[in-house]
Design a protein around this ligand. Structure first.
Ligand code: ADP
Length: 315
């Protein structure tokens, strides 16, 4: 488990991380979200002991990272895929990490195989594409078979197959009971991958909440309807107080009345329906609204770690 308590980091007069407290629990994937400059990378660096906090503390499995005897066996990380000695082969990069952490060298072939780099194990890292470098970084993170994984933008540079592969890999690692903490600016990917979210803005905690709950609590629900008689349907629904918006593809987005009521009204007026689907906003829709708040966040705006501002109450 990762624990961050009252963590603060100041660079000159810039407060990059401002009294942050949260836990990242095992057995699920926790996504770390926040706009650029929110303090995500700084927080990850502080957890990994790569920077000293101005105040508060961060621990991995109950201890500060720098006090772990064989850190790669407890926490694997990928912060910067290109931070590899370019003159080393993939194999030698992993060999040096294994030897410095007392890891059996037989594990190197296993992780190279796992990330799909076995065929290029003897090639120097400087010739690797960004996607290959990401895979090597993931191999390094998994080398010590750690219970905790901390990954900063791990899908950067991966193609669609690579993204699907890493999503499956992270889900299986979490299902094995490991702690998986990752940041990504790709909201659609995060929505498919993470079970839980930590959202920060300007170094402060905005939300620590389950993915489903985050979307449900902050969505403007609507119903998507298709009908061969959209004008007639719009008229009868508006008479019942619904708001109706026409999508460019001909579907109607209806809010203000619930999905069952829409079906009943259409039926009562003998209007055929070809689709009737209850919908929520996407993570991206919700996140964009939330981070719009955090950009303006100056404290005392009613946003707390315990609760999020309700939709329509964001100004
Ligand atoms: P994120 O990863 O969410 O984009 P960062 O953690 O990189 O955010 O940065 C948070 C803030 O701290 C930014 O304003 C950034 O400019 C500042 N910052 C980060 N690292 C340093 C540093 N080494 N020196 C000075 N300012 C820094």
């Amino acid at each position: 488990m990762i624990e961050v308590r009252d963590l603060t980091k100041r660079y000159g007069d810039k407060l990059a991380v401002d009294g942050l407290s949260f836990q990242v629990r095992p057995g699920r994937i926790t996504g770390f979200l926040g706009p650029n400059g929110a303090g995500k990378s700084t927080t990850m660096r502080l957890i990994l002991g790569l920077d000293a906090p101005t105040g508060g503390q961060a621990s991995v499995n109950g201890r500060p990272y720098r006090l772990l005897a064989a850190p790669l066996r407890e926490a694997g990380s990928l912060l910067e895929a290109r931070a590899v000695h370019g003159g080393r082969t993939a194999y030698h990069h992993l060999l040096y990490l294994a030897q410095s952490n007392g890891i059996d060298r037989r594990r190197i072939a296993e992780v190279l195989d796992l990330v799909g780099l076995a065929a290029v194990a003897g090639r120097r890292a400087k010739g690797f594409s960004l996607g290959m470098s990401q895979r090597l970084g993931i191999a390094a993170a998994l080398l010590g078979d750690p219970g905790v994984l901390i990954l900063d933008e791990p899908v950067n540079g991966l193609d669609t197959d690579g993204i699907r592969w890493i999503r499956g890999l992270l889900k299986s690692l979490a299902a094995q009971g490991r702690t998986v903490f990752l940041s990504s600016h790709l909201m659609s990917e995060m929505e498919l991958t993470a079970d839980h979210l930590i959202v920060i803005g300007q170094g402060r905690l905005i939300a620590d909440i389950g993915m489903r709950q985050f979307i449900e609590r902050n969505s403007y629900p609507f119903t998507l309807v298709r009908s061969p008689q959209p004008d007639r349907l719009t008229a009868v629904l508006q008479e019942s107080g619904a708001q109706v918006r026409l999508d460019p593809d001909g579907a109607l987005r209806i809010s203000g009345i619930d999905t069952a009521m829409i079906g009943d009204i259409a039926n009562a007026h003998h209007v055929p329906l070809h689709e009737l689907t209850a919908r929520l906003d996407s993570l991206e829709d919700v996140y964009t609204r939330m981070t719009g708040v955090s950009v303006e966040y100056r404290g005392g705006t009613g946003i707390t770690s315990a609760g999020l501002p309700a939709p329509g109450n964001q100004e």
